[in-house]
Design a protein around this ligand. Sequence first.
Ligand SMILES: O=c1ccn([C@@H]2O[C@H](COP(=O)(O)OP(=O)(O)O[C@H]3O[C@H](CO)[C@@H](O)[C@H](O)[C@H]3O)[C@@H](O)[C@H]2O)c(=O)[nH]1
Ligand SMILES: O=P(O)(O)OC[C@H]1O[C@](O)(CO)[C@@H](O)[C@@H]1O
Length: 483
Amino acid sequence: MRIAFINPQGNFDNKDSYWTQHPDFGGQLVYVKEVALALGEMGVKVDIITRKIVEDEWVGFSKDVEIYHGNENVRVVRIPFGGDKFLPKEQLWPYLANEFINGIVEFYKKENTKPDAITTHYADGGLVGAILSNIFDVPFTFTAHSLGAQKMDKLGVNKENFDEFERRFNFSKRIFAERIAMNRSYVNIVSTAQERYNQYGHKYYEGAVDVNDDKKFKVIPPGVNTKVFTYEYREEDDKTKEYIYKYLRRDIAEDRLNLQYVVLSSRFDKKKNHKGAVLAFAKNKKLQEKANLVIVLRNVENAFEDYSNLNVEEKEIMDEIMSIIKQYNLYGKVSMFPINGQKQLASAYRFFSRLRSVFCLTALYEPFGLAPIEAMYAGLPAVVTKNGGTLETVDRGRYGVVVDPENPEDIAEGLIKALDNFDMYKRLGIERVESKYTWRATAVGYLKVIEEALGKREEIEDYYYTGAQEENLIRKMKGMLGD
Ligand SMILES: O=c1ccn([C@@H]2O[C@H](COP(=O)(O)OP(=O)(O)O[C@H]3O[C@H](CO)[C@@H](O)[C@H](O)[C@H]3O)[C@@H](O)[C@H]2O)c(=O)[nH]1
Ligand SMILES: O=P(O)(O)OC[C@H]1O[C@](O)(CO)[C@@H](O)[C@@H]1O
């Protein structure tokens, strides 16, 4: 069997290049990679179909076809569209329904084959899959990773500022694509039941999907690469220890060096709400007596001196963090430094675990959150947002601490609880991941759904991507927005 994974944001290569540095790096890439490789190991042929990028700044994404990570069953297939240069995901829309799809069809025509089934990723992949599924007459599944509606809500999109957000994020195209994808898919693959009912249940998706329809949803939890994110000692740990101490000695007051730590390591994205965690730390003296704060960054050597190489959004986040540090005089209690790749990240988690530290994610909304389960398995108790799939990953507080990301006092209390009960939460976190989150189980879940779909292929109507539908949607969305 051959399965195509449609992932238009192109940043797959054999060396996991630019992980954490690439602007569109994130959990989706990790997810697609791990599921594809696990399926490959099970003997399934997988084509990860993505964008070809030919640019000096991002070398490694320009070969047409590449065997992926030595797994002969898994190929990365790169289709050129939208020019040569890297484009952020928000700007891919004009090229999907034509250049990208035509390129995919041509690719398979040349090979005189076609995939037996398609899995699609994110709104852009979902839209492409809906059309391709008609062309190839094969079923497709949709995995949203993150839906636009919750991002719009948390960024505070309203009637007044809609156009401004639209220019930057193209939200109407994203919601439109999501509606098409969730409606036409054989099944929508969600990471938690919370995602099904709360995230797909948003008013922007009304009429596109019925969250009570069991046939349309399958909960398949993602996993943790336990070889990388293990709590057990790895040979790179000694080097990491030296590496981290270099920064801690630079930033943390000497008499505080061996305190516990609160570790933030999410992408620098506003919705991850680093600010909430920093403010909680700043306002709570008891917390400051117990622990220091560590913020993992991408590409910034010493943020206290210079962070001019961050992009505009990241700079805004850092400006806010710096102003809190200044206002509450947190110097000597906060350290910020770069981590390169998952191996070093995992090793850093183990380092902080030895200092009885905790991981903290106060995202305003987290669709699922791979980072907390990875940190849990590497030995850090997790303090996570109550908004989103994280509530389910820690089973409402049984395997980690749940906090309200918009309430600094609640965050601080949650952190203190986790720091004070380090041994218990560490043990429970590891147990939880071992019993529930492995990529092999995720891949088995995908295969089961796909085999079932192949047995029940039904005709779906033709679908035409028209400007008129889109204008209609914008009108409808504006009607639903608050003031
Ligand atoms: O220095 C770093 C920092 C992070 N990561 C990795 O980056 C990923 C981050 O993933 P996640 O925590 O899931 O967040 P997002 O990047 O926002 O991913 C999106 O897609 C994921 C997969 O569906 C969902 O879990 C998220 O909720 C969704 O927002 C993790 O695997 C981390 O290991 C690194 O490799 N190195
Ligand atoms: O913040 P958004 O737009 O919901 O997007 C989340 C997505 O962003 C990425 O992190 C990178 O673009 C993806 O991995 C992930 O699915």
